[in-house]
Design a protein around this ligand. Structure first.
Ligand code: PEP
Ligand code: MN
Length: 263
């Protein structure tokens, strides 16, 4: 169902009115984790002004350590919805547990399946049974073929709205958090009609590398860019060290618009 051979025309995915694919860019921004209300409102107001058309924030966080902050749960979902309604922007959030899919789908406009769960087939089938668009992130050790097969799990349950995301793969070099596989963008587009966006935040883990990699992703033909933004990275509950400040996001947004206009 995902293959370009079967469906030559590129799919356009509608996320509560925001279209991704076929030349329309999904610009996703927001903090790694949903945090307190004032902070969420501040960040959302800023990134939306800068041109983000989707707001993100995790309420259920897949953390390496069970002792690390696990997310605000349903309170976080409520907050995210409030932010989305206030600024009129669709919201994206991760669902980590098949038992929570229905709950998360009540609040979120788009369901994110994270890298660590890309091959959680029960979760994929459950999100496939909803009518919410899905943001499916490539696993850190997953091949492109694996990614497309995971998309197939969602599509085969009857949910046609899948956006893929390249967010870096494991490498031998600790200089960056992951290795940004920019070639995956055109490679995936050759194989599937589904849109693919890039996430230079998780791909690099370094604020200084996010802007150039965001532009590289767009130059390679990506259908959008996902960037983590926080107004006080030292206080962030997760992924602070890789967050862009709102003013840095404003700057890269302008550059991304210029790059998009060139293409
Ligand atoms: C995230 O988007 O905050 C996240 C956990 O991403 P990934 O699944 O790509 O690591
Ligand atoms: Mn994160």
């Amino acid at each position: 169902l995902a293959s370009r051979e079967a469906h030559p025309e590129s799919s356009v995915i509608d996320v509560s009115g925001v279209k991704i694919g076929g030349g329309q860019l999904g610009m996703i921004a927001g903090p790694c984790s949903v945090e307190d209300r004032d902070r969420m409102m501040r960040i959302a107001e800023s990134v939306c002004q800068s041109g983000a058309n989707l707001f993100r924030g995790g309420a259920y966080k897949p953390r390496t350590s069970p002792y690390a902050f696990q997310g605000m749960g349903e309170k976080g979902l409520e907050l995210l919805r409030e932010v989305g309604d206030r600024f009129g922007v669709p919201v994206v959030t991760e669902v980590t547990d098949p038992r929570n899919v229905e709950l998360v789908a009540q609040y979120a406009d788009m369901l994110q399946v994270g890298a660590r769960n890309m091959q959680n087939f029960v979760l994929l089938s459950e999100v496939g049974k909803t009518s919410r668009p899905v943001l499916l992130k490539r696993g850190m050790s997953a091949t492109i073929a694996d990614l497309l097969m995971s998309a197939e799990y969602v599509l085969s349950e009857g949910n046609p709205d899948v956006v893929l995301c390249e967010r870096g793969v494991k490498s031998f070099d600790p200089a960056t958090r992951n290795l940004f596989d920019v070639a995956a963008v055109p490679a995936v587009q050759g194989l599937t009609h589904l849109p693919i966006i890039v996430d230079p935040s998780h791909a690099t883990g370094r604020p200084d590398l996010i802007p150039p990699c965001a532009l590289a992703g767009l130059a390679a033909g990506a259908d959008g860019v996902h960037i983590e933004v926080h107004d006080c990275p030292e206080e962030a509950k997760s992924d602070g060290p890789q967050a862009l400040l709102p003013e840095q996001y404003e700057q890269i947004s302008q550059q991304m618009r210029l790059m998009a206009d060139l293409l």
